[in-house]
Design a protein around this ligand. Structure first.
Ligand SMILES: CC(C)(COP(=O)(O)OP(=O)(O)OC[C@H]1O[C@@H](n2cnc3c(N)ncnc32)[C@H](O)[C@@H]1OP(=O)(O)O)[C@@H](O)C(=O)NCCC(=O)NCCS
Length: 179
């Protein structure tokens, strides 16, 4: 359940009753992006970045903060007190080649897994995709990452696996705004 607090800040009640907040990520959110990364387990970091990752480089941070709310859109979630960031979901369009296709990535700090944060972030991102005329998401998912595939199955649309490389599969999700 979503409830607008003010402007872009939205309250969302998780299935267990916890009330989190969501808002667009901004280029000034470096501390929050770092904090989320610090609270991902090595497995979650691997699943998110498809490589072992011990820290974010300044180039990583620049890229993760390069949101312009058009080509690169992202939504961030905060805990019940609105203090600690607990997850972020983003899409990045195909750099002009196929502007209607965007690559999606989601991460939720491990202490908040399985509570619906990933679903809430993805739902908010899907609304932004509709508004920005993104018609398809692509996602690279590590083999065996059932959380990521479950998350995508919740989105209205048609999900298919379109490729596979060592360690990861590429999924394509054709969005269906009518659902
Ligand atoms: C994938 C991820 C974002 C899911 O976040 P979450 O907040 O735990 O997700 P939710 O609680 O909203 O659950 C969404 C669905 O996934 C399922 N799920 C979540 N984690 C799961 C897991 N480890 N194994 C199997 N299913 C899982 C839930 O049961 C739910 O399914 P349902 O809708 O059928 O009930 C989170 O596990 C994560 O950050 N993982 C590391 C990074 C990553 O893998 N990102 C995705 C690739 S870019």
């Amino acid at each position: 359940m979503n409830e607008e607090i003010n402007g872009d800040l939205v309250a969302h009640t998780l299935p267990d009753g916890a009330r989190i907040t969501l808002r667009p990520l901004e280029p000034t959110d470096a501390l929050a992006v770092r904090e989320i990364f610090e609270h991902l387990s090595p497995t979650s970091r691997y699943q998110r970045f498809l490589a072992p990752k011990t820290h974010l480089t300044s180039a990583d941070l620049r890229q993760l903060l390069s949101v312009d709310h058009c080509t690169h859109e992202a939504v961030i979630a905060f805990d019940e007190r609105g203090v600690h960031p607990i997850g972020v979901a983003r899409f990045i369009r195909g750099y002009g080649v196929h502007p209607e296709v965007a690559e999606i990535a989601v991460e939720v700090v491990d202490a908040w897994h399985w509570r619906g944060v990933g679903s809430a972030l993805t739902a908010a991102l899907v609304l932004r995709a509709y508004a920005l005329e993104v018609l398809q998401f692509s996602a690279y998912v590590a083999h065996g990452n059932l959380g990521a595939t479950s998350l995508m199955r919740r989105v209205p649309g048609r999900l298919g696996r379109v490729g596979s490389e060592s360690g990861a599969a590429e999924y394509r999700l054709v969005l269906d705004p009518a659902c």
